[in-house]
Design a protein around this ligand. Sequence first.
Ligand code: FES
Length: 581
Amino acid sequence: MATDQYVPVADRSELERDGQTVVSADGTAVALFHHQDTVYAVDNRCPHMGFPLAQGSVENGVLTCHWHHARFELAEGDTFDPWADDVQTFPVEIRDDTVYIDPNPEPNVPPATRWRNRLADGLQENLSLVMAKAVLGLDEADDGFQTPLETAVNFGTRYRAAGWGRGLTTVSYMADLFRTVGGRDRRRAMYTGVTAVADNCADEPPRFQQPAFENDRLPKARLKSWFRRNCEVRDADGAERCLLTAVDTLPPGEVTELLVTAATDHLYMNTSHTLDFINSALSTVEHLGWAEFAPQVLAATVPLLTDATRAEEQSAWRQPTDVAALCLDAHDRLPELVAAGAGATWTEPDGFVETLLSTDPAVIVEALCDAIAAGATRQELTDAVARAATRRVAYFDTGNEFNDWNTVHHTFVYANAAHELADRTDATELYRACFDGAMSVYLDRFLNSPRAPVPGPGDSTREPETIREDLLAAFDEQGAVDRAGRLVAEHFDADGDPTRLKRALGQGLLREDAGFHTNQHVGAAVRRFGAVSAAEERQLALVAGARYLAAHTPTRRESEQTFSIATRLHRGERLHEATDA
Ligand code: FES
């Protein structure tokens, strides 16, 4: 019995004669098929890329699209090919030889659930178009980054035995950048993050999380010493059980202390990545909620500690000057230095950052020791090292080998991570990151020889909007590194709104096939901007971000092509002028 929702759309006999046709019902183009004495109705737009399904073939209950040959079970629309998605079907009734359909059937699941499930499918199969469509669908539900971040973290922490890697770090950086950029770039940030997780997990074995210890009365000191010992001997399972017990029984600041301590028990571990990735994991837990996400997220960071390279084992840190020994000696002196500085207020000496950029590592280490003994806080000292590290990127000479961009980049993200961690823990061990970061700044010194000119105050009369357009044009050219830096400085001179400048940087980044380091660098530059208040430091942070980005653009922009296709499909635009019958 037909209800009021059903509308007449075709003559049944004519459909039987023709086999298939297209009708319009409530503004939707619907493909009708007469197949084996039954009438079927499906959305005429192929869910993959919109090809008219009425021009497809039906055989033995299977509808095949002619563009990329996705196949669908005709009655319910389920696809045989997960990259294509299921096609919407419509209930059919025949009355008096007339075909009626219900053009607005109740969805089987709410749209937000459907898109969340599709995002999980896309992550599982590493299907970028499926993930792009899911992100757009979720954005329509006005969910912000929450669901994409949750879904990607749930997937990434389970399906990569090696734990927290580049993918999850990228999605963490993108969750921050999401707040900076606007409109379409927010959706691109989500897409960039989730696709990075899928890519990083593709073909990887899964992870099996260890349980916490039953004993929930273990004191922090014991858990800390056990955790460090297990990390020291590279026992990942033992370390994970200690850490998960700490997560269950200690407040977040004390769990962070365990992680920071283990991450600085050796020097500059994993060439900066260990400290930066742990900071990203902690930032992600803050986004998603400690109680629900800390166990799985922090457990996934353990391989960053147990499998890490250690800078003291690398010849560059041992010869010709044994800077590793300088760091390790300073680490040993920390209790005495911190005790000396207790209650004191440090005033940063004039030229302190230039001292950190100097060519004598012993002088640098002594300057840091003196600062701690004079009461320099973790925030103050990590900030000073981050200022020095920022200059290594801002001053990077383009005559260097291209790969050396990553040398200064690693120092920059390490120093930034240490500074951000100072807000998450008051562990004495965080001072160790100041020495390690400063030695990395020292080791990078030849990459500023000569220093690239950093533009000083000028007298720009141009409109900030024009300068931002020029900046985006600079990212369209190969190697417009110094020009990009100058344009950022000019934007500050012109008193342009830095929020718009950061958005332009985000736009320049998100339209590219940016690699992990480029995503990380621009994200870190934007975060550095937010971490400092002095105009010079803010400008240098964005100069560093723009110069690094300009060195790595333009790319082929393949991912932007996929994202654009998904966007057009989402808007209902037609992608293909089908001609075959
Ligand atoms: S399979 Fe139908 S449009 Fe690609």
